[in-house]
Design a protein around this ligand. Structure first.
Ligand code: HEM
Length: 185
């Protein structure tokens, strides 16, 4: 079984004499690998005692590098310390969207500052990326699966609310005008 390690404990291993790095919620002791690392030791020391997932994924390490990780694993982060406060994914958002049947929706959404769940869509339009509120962007389900969702809206974005407010106001004006005409006869 994996050893459970707290963030506090990882934080203690932050200099050359002992370097622990978190990658995808697992903890690696790379002290003996510092000088061998093809990307240099400095880059590892920068994330020593911390989460290095972003840097690790940013340079798209090879499968060999990922295999090598196993050799240095010392445990996993205490699950109670892993943040779980994700906002709804774009799929959740689509389920509740008025524009569910239209792919052009994505373009509308991008233009609406109140609906910031979509950050980007890849150029081949094969996957969607969502903005989950914590500045991390991740690919999600394919367009097809988005398209197949048909639940009615229950969480419209601000501009939809605005639309209904305008309709209600227009209705009130029409009724007011009709009442005025009726009463002044
Ligand atoms: C902690 C475990 C890590 C291992 C076992 C590891 C392993 C490797 C390996 C084997 C390579 C050669 C290229 C490849 O096969 O992908 C490499 C390159 C590199 N790594 Fe890491 N790495 C680790 C962490 C990191 C982290 C946390 C960062 C950044 C914050 C990083 C940045 C780099 C860079 C910049 C290169 C050079 C890429 C190039 O010159 O093209 N590595 N690493």
């Amino acid at each position: 079984m994996d050893r459970i390690i707290t963030l506090n404990e990882v934080a203690k291993h932050k200099n050359q004499s002992s370097v622990w790095i978190i990658i995808h919620d697992s903890v690696y002791d790379v002290t003996s690998y510092l000088e061998e690392h093809p990307g240099g030791s400095d880059i590892l020391l920068e994330v020593a005692g911390k989460d290095g997932t972003q840097g690790f994924e940013d340079i798209a390490h090879s499968d060999d590098a990922r295999e090598l990780l196993k050799k240095y694993k010392v445990g996993v982060i205490d699950p109670t310390e892993i943040p779980t406060t994700e906002k709804p994914s774009i799929i959740e958002w689509y389920r509740t969207s008025l524009y569910i049947s239209q792919f052009t929706f994505i373009d509308k959404l991008k233009k609406r500052p109140s609906c910031q769940y979509v950050e980007d869509m890849d150029s081949k339009e094969k996957s969607w990326r969502t903005y989950d509120g914590s500045s991390s962007v991740r690919p999600v389900e394919s367009k097809k699966s988005v398209h197949s969702l048909t639940r009615p809206p229950s969480r419209p974005c601000e501009s939809s609310k605005l639309k209904w407010a305008v309709i209600a106001l227009a209705g009130a004006v029409v009724i007011g005008f009709a009442m005025h005409r009726y009463l002044s006869k």
